[in-house]
Design a protein around this ligand. Sequence first.
Ligand SMILES: C[S@@+](CC[C@H](N)C(=O)[O-])C[C@H]1O[C@@H](n2cnc3c(N)ncnc32)[C@H](O)[C@@H]1O
Length: 224
Amino acid sequence: MPLILILFECGIELIPKNIRDHPAVKKNFSSRIYSSQLLDNTLHFSAMKNLRNREKRGRPDITHSCLLNALGSPLNNNGNLKLYIHTINGKIFEFNPEIRIARNYNRFKGLMAKMLIDGSIVTENLKLISSFKGTLKDLIDKFNTTKVYLFSSKGSLINDYKQLFTEDILTNYVTIIGGFQKSSFSKNILNLSENLISISKYPLDAWVVTNRIITYYELTYGIL
Ligand SMILES: C[S@@+](CC[C@H](N)C(=O)[O-])C[C@H]1O[C@@H](n2cnc3c(N)ncnc32)[C@H](O)[C@@H]1O
């Protein structure tokens, strides 16, 4: 069975209406160019000053790096990764293992804006990104498992990766990594699992953790 990986509270959203008239937004915005409609802290920093929760918002670059790491892994090639992003606004999307995410950041932003506007990304015969209708808890419940791991630098440190995936390969493991740069998990997610796990004595970037968790899983089950 697959490793289920959820990138939680990713800074992926369309530019909020209340800052659309700000000069920093107007400068780049075009209703004909998808990528210009996505909130991006690098371009919209001054317009974001008064946004609630702003330290977690406008960071498509973090999601981009995590997705490239996850989708390019042997585990994904082998068909054993189930990948979701949960956005800062609570929307959840599932990525088809066969999707080829643009390496170019601007093209990636365009894809994310289109996904949010249309609710999915489909080609003629394939659903590449689909929306999951429900909450994070609904999604986790779907996998009917007690093995739900929240990864955090504040969790209990594991000394050996072999301590993580101890059940046989048929077990569903749900792993949750924060898709943000600063701040920590909001309280409601901490109620979803008692397993708060740290994999290093250092706080790491989300894409490093993504890569490591997948690698640990691959090494445990001999997927190379
Ligand atoms: C850049 S961090 C978020 C900021 C925060 N300083 C932290 O470490 O929780 C992004 C995500 O990477 C994961 N992460 C970072 N350091 C970790 C560690 N030492 N062990 C496990 N997960 C970690 C967590 O899921 C975190 O939400």
